[in-house]
Design a binder for this molecule. Structure first.
Ligand code: SAH
Length: 349
């Protein structure tokens, strides 16, 4: 298994070099690239010679991800997927159906090292980074699932398990490939990257000039509350984080989305909303208010609908654009990390 190349994550020039090493004609690289980017297996590549396919099978992997479990919601069109990777690890994802089409939530790491107190993905730390091929593989699996309905993924959110900015080189490669015109050609403007706020990496991402939407997991109006919820807040203040967001807006022209999960008795009061509005005044942004998805292991609790509404009203009164994020697949462990955790627990003796 070791030493096998994940060739679906190679850029066309790199694929050319691999073919040349095998003594093959480099023009084959273009054909091979578009097959791989569409998620085809070697068997399905009809215009590639049998000899070449044989050689490729010996040293390369076509599809590094497969679906292990599929949970369909009974209340909406959401599908939660558990994928298995070649080393026996698994990660999860969610296919969501919106009026504008299908959106896929993908994972960027197995587990997560960030330690946010409300999150299930990080309960057992980070096992490893995913490769770009494994991120692409998640999109391919989702597309295979949607094929029967004549649909395909048009939007992507990097909001599954993991901190994308801790795995930036592979995430960058994934973004360039998934938006490649000879591949899936998904517009970068239809992709959101969510971070807990690794400030230096936010500058790096801004400088890459990829016009993805940046989502910042803020979850608090001040550093005191944020430090209770997110270890990353010990490293960077909200002010430093917002400064990096402003830089992102200047560099990319894209507005920033702030994620804010309401947790009863912690960050959900109208006073918190007022303080938040003060901090965000004049900022080109939108606030996504999310009722906490309760994780049994955490002693943190969500809020009532009227508390959500009061919070939104308090923001809107101060002219901060905000909406409640639709909760999807509530009946299928929609919250980040819950499905994988459940799977690991069942596998344990
Ligand atoms: N590491 C990245 C992306 C993965 S988490 C980040 O922190 O942004 C995706 C989003 O789900 C983040 O906004 C995260 O804070 C939020 N989230 C995690 N657990 C949650 C829960 N139990 N309820 C509501 N939102 C949660």
């Amino acid at each position: 298994m070791k030493g096998m190349k994940e060739i679906s994550a190679l850029y066309p020039e790199e694929l050319k070099a691999v073919l040349e090493e095998m003594g093959e004609k480099p023009f084959r690289a273009d054909q091979l690239f578009s097959w791989l980017q569409k998620g085809a297996s070697f068997d399905e590549m009809t215009n590639i010679s049998r000899e070449l396919k044989e050689k490729l099978r010996e040293s390369c992997i076509d599809r590094p991800v497969s679906v292990l479990e599929e949970h369909r919601s009974r209340v909406d069109d959401t599908v939660k997927l558990l994928y298995s990777l070649r080393d026996g690890n698994c990660v999860e994802g969610v296919v969501m159906h919106y009026h504008y089409g299908y959106s896929l939530c993908i994972s960027t790491q197995v587990g997560c090292a960030m330690g946010c107190r409300f999150c299930a993905s990080t309960l057992e730390g980070c096992v490893r980074n995913l490769t770009a091929a494994e991120m692409l593989g998640q999109v391919h699996c989702a597309n295979a699932l949607l094929k029967e309905k004549g649909g395909k993924i048009g939007h992507i959110v990097l909001m599954g398990s993991g901190e994308p900015l801790q795995n930036l080189p592979q995430v960058e490669r994934f973004l360039r490939l998934v938006s490649h015109e000879k591949g899936l050609n998904i517009s970068l403007r239809h992709i959101s990257l969510s971070t807990c706020g690794l400030v230096p990496r936010m500058y790096e991402l801004a400088d890459m000039g990829l016009p993805v939407t940046l989502s910042l997991s803020l979850h608090a109006p001040n550093d005191l509350i944020r430090r209770r919820l997110m270890p990353v807040a010990e490293r960077y203040t909200i002010e430093e984080t917002l400064e990096a967001c402003r830089y992102y807006v200047r560099k990319t022209g894209r507005r920033v989305i702030f994620e804010y999960a309401l947790i009863d008795g912690v960050n959900a009061s109208p006073e918190c909303a007022a303080e938040l509005a003060g901090r965000l005044r004049g900022f080109q942004c939108h606030v996504n208010v999310i009722p906490l998805n309760e994780v049994p292991e955490r002693q943190l609790y969500g809020v009532t609908d009227s508390q959500v509404q009061a919070f939104l009203d308090a923001l809107e009164k101060r002219r901060i654009s905000a909406t409640r994020r639709r909760e999807m697949g509530d009946d299928i462990q929609g919250a980040c990390g819950q499905l994988r955790k459940h799977h690991l627990e069942e596998a344990r003796p």
